[in-house]
Design a protein around this ligand. Structure first.
Ligand code: BG6
Length: 471
């Protein structure tokens, strides 16, 4: 492993900061999401309602406790910390001309605190935090005007922080929204709310296109003004295996994988691949694309690929249902792997396979910016014995190392998702914990917010100190 390898942890602003309405911050899409659970979906309320508990409003109060948190990250030996800027702290409604200085100053403080410990911040510009006003007044990213509003926000923060941040990611898990059966993903990715009569796929592809163009324009701006900075895309990469060696299973798996490859293909190669043009033609989907968009996509290709990796899936071409809830017809449980208590399949070998597939396809550096294990922690001992989390992380890191050392894949960093317990994105729970650091807060918002090191804290500290030798 290279000495420069970026070991660290990752979070998103809406899941940790809290202080949802302080220092001029506007309402973001996650601020109107209720708490859910594994069996109960989160809901969107059209405005903030007094009698409802919104878990993201308080997060883990990192907004005020950041010094303590960053000191713990330093103790872990982090080389990097992946975080996001809450767009609505900088532009509360999203369409102002002038930014909110208090929001900008807040992130200066955070970056300076990280840099004090030689921890390089890696920043995601949009991690499910768009201003809610852009949903109600513009309809989210299906509206072309969002391109300019996002690019204005991105230029504002890049101009301000370019000397402090080297790696930038544009849209977190930009491909989640391909699952249009779910209300959550198109809403959090793009601010889309569907009406019953809507052609969901057409709207989603239009929004996705606007984001791909916005991302390319940001990259073009960086190339021109700050050429040493690195801009990456961020894709949720869960491989889909053919359930059997039946040729039809292979073909279906390949087709389902288009929902992962499409964003990389456009962001890395700079144009839409034929398979998607054919899919649109077959489904009668019309996406408005200008000549300028096409040239921006070509000129604004990314420098590296950011991925989240949690799970893999299997597809059976004879199945006509989505039996696992993976978001596509034919999804079926893989009998060779176990799952978490939230039914997320655990597949470390799939990470090695993913890294190989991605590198063979794009030959660009890969940054694993999310990987982690969500579970209930057992509090019966003084130090939380989270051996399952250690086992999960160790297995994935070990497969990543094989991809680097045996297969020759260029991986530049690895950040554990939710290195400190955060509010779960899909369920809004606290009890689905990912952290190496425990936070005393429950699903109803009660708790002292005390931070406690788990057993995995010492383990990961050793992994970093040995540059991946002691796993
Ligand atoms: C990714 C997101 O989808 O997975 C994170 O980028 C999220 O924001 C993570 O927290 C884990 O998902 P969850 O629902 O378990 O929090």
């Amino acid at each position: 492993m290279k000495e420069t390898f970026l070991w660290g942890g990752a979070v998103a602003a809406h899941q940790i900061e809290g202080a949802w309405d302080q220092d001029g911050k506007g309402v973001s899409v996650c601020d109107v999401l209720t708490a859910g659970s594994h069996s109960r979906a989160r809901e969107i309320t059209s405005s903030i309602q007094e009698d409802i508990y919104y878990p993201n409003h308080s997060g883990i109060d990192h907004y005020h406790l950041y010094k303590e948190d960053i000191a713990l990250f330093a103790e872990l030996g982090f080389k990097t910390f992946r975080m996001s800027i809450a767009w609505s702290r900088i532009f509360p409604n999203g369409d102002e001309k002038e930014p909110n200085e208090k929001g900008l100053a807040y992130y200066d403080t955070i970056f300076d605190e990280l840099l004090k410990y030689n921890i390089q911040p890696v920043v995601t510009l949009s991690h499910f935090e768009m201003p809610y006003h852009l949903v109600t007044a513009y309809g989210g990213f299906k509206n072309r005007k969002l391109i300019d509003l996002f690019v204005h926000y991105a230029k504002t923060v890049i101009n301000r922080y370019h000397a402090k941040i080297n790696h930038w990611l544009t849209f977190n898990e930009i491909n989640n929204q391909m699952n249009t059966k779910s209300f959550l993903f198109p809403y959090t990715n793009s601010g889309l709310l569907f009406e019953p009569e809507d052609n969901r796929q057409e709207i989603m592809y239009q929004a996705l296109h606007h984001e791909l163009v916005a991302s390319a324009r940001v990259k073009k701006f960086v190339k021109l003004n700050y050429p040493s900075l690195q801009v990456g895309c961020m894709i949720a990469w869960s491989p889909v295996y053919p359930y059997s060696c039946r040729p039809e299973d292979l073909l279906v798996a390949n087709r389902v994988m288009h929902s992962r490859t499409i964003c990389g293909d456009v962001s890395v190669r700079g144009h839409y691949p034929n398979y998607i043009l054919k899919e649109w033609e077959a489904k009668g989907i019309h996406v408005e694309i200008t000549e300028e968009d096409l040239s921006d996509l070509k000129e604004g290709t990314v420098d590296f690929i950011g991925i989240s990796y949690y799970v893999s899936h299997a597809v059976d071409s004879t199945q006509k249902e989505d039996t696992t809830g993976a978001g596509f017809i034919g999804s079926t449980p893989n009998p060779y792997i176990k799952s978490t208590d939230w039914d997320w399949p655990i597949d470390p070998v799939g990470l090695r396979y993913t890294l190989n597939t991605l590198y063979e396809r794009y030959e660009l550096p890969i940054f694993i910016v999310e990987n982690g294990f969500g579970a209930v922690d057992d509090l019966s001992e003084e130090v939380i014995q989270d051996d399952d989390r250690i086992e999960y992380l160790a297995a994935h890191i070990s497969e990543m190392k094989k991809a680097i050392e045996i297969d020759g894949v260029e991986v530049i960093g690895y950040t554990v998702w939710g290195c400190i317990d955060v509010v779960s994105f899909t369920t809004g729970e606290m009890k689905k914990r990912y952290g190496l650091i425990y936070v005393d807060k429950d699903d109803e918002g009660n708790g002292t917010l005390e931070r406690r090191k788990k057993k995995s804290f010492d383990w990961y500290q050793q992994v970093i100190a040995s540059n991946g030798e002691n796993i």
